[in-house]
Ligand binder design. Structure first.
Ligand SMILES: *[C@@H]1O[C@H](CO)[C@@H](O)[C@H](O)[C@H]1NC(C)=O
Length: 104
């Protein structure tokens, strides 16, 4: 996040979005083509301000990435999250994501 344009805006098919309410940034998400699976887009940096959770913002951010990926011909959106982030896992499962692998 020290250099968003370098990390998320330079590479082809990458992008970075923020969600704003009244000029305040309340959420963000980014995506990049997956390094390991070139037909997949990888969702990165999903975050919503604590005070603005449970309002559907993450869902809209997820959908933004999904639409961006689909428009560019990617077959799937993939992501990694930590096993301790149970709230994040629930969110993604609620969006239709399925767990395909677990790493120690
Ligand atoms: C971010 O990276 C760009 C090159 O893509 C560079 O021009 C810019 O100076 C960098 N900004 C910072 C804050 O390091």
């Amino acid at each position: 996040l020290n250099n968003i344009s370098e990390a998320y805006m330079k590479q082809k098919d990458s992008c970075f979005w923020v969600a704003e309410i009244d000029g305040l940034v309340v959420g963000m998400v980014a995506c990049l083509p997956s390094g390991s699976a070139p037909e997949c887009m990888e969702l990165k940096r999903m975050s919503v301000r604590h005070s603005h959770r449970r309002m559907g913002i993450a869902k809209v951010l997820c959908q933004t990435v999904a639409d961006f990926a689909r428009d560019r011909g990617y077959l799937a959106v993939i992501l990694c999250t930590s096993v301790v982030q149970t709230a994040a896992q629930k969110l993604y499962e609620g969006m239709g994501y399925v767990k395909i692998a677990e790493f120690i």
